[in-house]
Design a protein around this ligand. Sequence first.
Ligand SMILES: [Zn+2]
Length: 159
Amino acid sequence: MAKKNTCPECGSKQRSGKLPVEIDVAGVKVTDGSVVGPICEQGHYTLSQSELEESERRAALAALTSINGPSGAVLRFARKSIGLRQTDLAVALGAAPETVCRWESNTHIDRQVSLAMAQLLTMYDEQPEQFDLIVRAEQPPLRTEPITVHVVPRRRHSA
Ligand SMILES: [Zn+2]
């Protein structure tokens, strides 16, 4: 039984703790400190496939909402993290597949596009039924165009 609590890599004792998971999101290093599991004194740990995938989605979300604005490569990473093809994402975002292709090869993507992608990522985990409907075009796509607000100057009434 003792074998269960020793590291398979170095043989040192394992304890349960926060895993220092670092995900490379298309060149952007994102630390995901939300995974807890067995870790040894040397810092070795292993993630299951599903833990890794969840971590990748969280990292993609963090990279998409980063202050500097994400690149197209981050958008691509995010798309792949939820198993979508460019054509699927095009449907979900109400864009032509060529537009998605162009976004992904750009150095910067529009804020509204990254926000829509972030919304889609969140939906994948929190509202899977809604996510499926949008990807299958059974619900309207997420907005990727900035909202234009027309401000009409108010006419003054004379007293
Ligand atoms: Zn170890």
